[in-house]
Design a protein around this ligand. Structure first.
Ligand code: SF4
Ligand code: SF4
Length: 349
């Protein structure tokens, strides 16, 4: 999607029309091999996982013809041994797909790398790039503590090295590495170090701030342990303020929004996530967004996603989320579609 399309989407979606989604996220599993303090996915009740055939049944529709970016997330998606079959289905059924992203904690190097190679073997080198996003919430012992397991940082570091080797092994393939960091009490003192680590690996890095919720991240039961103390919040804010000047427009907007919410105000622009991104949960149901994941359970094996997307129920949920959740949400979902007019005229993203 070019910047003009982004701009049109941003201003007209939901006001004039409901666009078909451009991003598809398949939350491939609720299983995870780690035990993060800020994420309760590993202790949540497990949901079923669509077979590749059933996923194909859902996405083999014209409604998905504009999807240009697909993400495999979880839980830990590499725990699924059939990611190659999922990648094949995306290649066959999503003609506009250009990027397949996979989010992983990166700790089990051998498994992660073999899944990446399997996925690569299914993608078309001329059309598809592979984006690997690894979670990086701390350096050394802090990462292990946050993730609830010894040796995670060592595993992650090894995975990063092997991704570099993978790039060398397939020089003609578009393979990109990025990191995501959830700012939280345990890592506020390490944010600069985390940034330097990403820079030293030549990879991008997105910062988010912990959301405490009984929805997608399912961590409300640890609220007391997770909620920022005043001085930690101050440290996070100082870091984000410094980060803004060196960031691209989308991220400047994202970090300003976080600062505004941390200051008790609201985001200044709306989130298009519920218009641009269709998230299918592991069992085939709709997962609106991480903060309202349980508001409406409809299963796309039983309901046509195209009809549902434009229907009354989905519209009502978008309105409710916009009123009740979005103003104080700090997530980076949809930053890429949140271009302001000024940013558009100054060259966009
Ligand atoms: S944050 Fe990621 S690695 Fe940690 S428990 Fe949740 S899904 Fe697993
Ligand atoms: S701003 Fe947050 S709560 Fe609102 S739709 Fe986006 S991700 Fe969901």
């Amino acid at each position: 999607m070019n910047n003009l399309e982004r701009l049109i989407l941003y201003y007209l979606a939901g006001r004039v029309f409901i666009p078909a989604p451009r991003y598809l996220i398949y939350n491939a599993t609720w299983r995870c091999d780690l035990f993060c303090r800020h994420c309760g996915v590993w202790e949540a009740k497990k949901r079923g996982e669509l077979s590749p055939e059933n996923l194909e049944k859902i996405i083999n529709r014209k409604f998905f013809s504009k999807i240009d970016t697909v993400w495999l997330t979880g839980g830990e998606p590499t725990l699924r041994p059939d990611l190659n079959r999922l990648a094949r289905i995306f290649r066959l059924r999503l003609p506009a797909m250009r990027i397949l992203g996979i989010a992983s904690n990166g700790s089990a190097t051998e498994r992660v790398i073999s899944r990446l190679e399997e996925i690569l073997s299914e993608l078309d080198p001329d059309r598809h790039g592979l984006f690997i996003q690894l979670s990086l919430d701390g350096i050394g012992e802090v990462e292990d503590r946050i993730r609830g397991k010894q040796g995670v940082f060592a595993g992650l570091s090894q995975t990063v090295k092997e991704i570099d080797l993978l790039k060398k092994k397939y020089p003609e393939r578009k393979i990109e590495l990025g990191f995501n960091c959830v700012i939280q009490r345990q890592n506020v003192a390490q944010l600069n170090e985390i940034k330097e680590f990403a820079v030293s690996k030549g990879a991008g890095l997105t910062f988010n701030v912990i959301e405490i919720t009984d929805q997608g991240y399912n961590n409300k039961q640890r609220e007391e342990e997770l909620a920022f103390h005043q001085e930690e919040k101050g440290e996070a804010k100082r870091f984000l303020r410094k980060l803004i000047s060196g960031s691209e427009p989308g991220f400047r907007y994202h970090y300003r929004s976080i600062l505004s919410v941390l200051d008790g105000k609201t985001r200044n622009r709306r989130c298009l996530s519920l218009y641009s991104t269709l998230v299918i949960d592991s069992d085939g149901s709709w997962l609106p967004c991480p903060l309202c994941s349980e508001w409406m359970r409809v299963n796309f094996l039983e309901m046509d996603p195209g009809k549902f997307w434009k229907g009354k129920e989905a519209r009502a949920l978008r309105r409710k989320a916009a009123q009740e959740l979005c103003p104080s949400c700090m997530l980076s979902c949809s930053v890429g579609d949140s271009l302001s007019l000024r940013e558009f005229f100054s060259g966009g993203f």
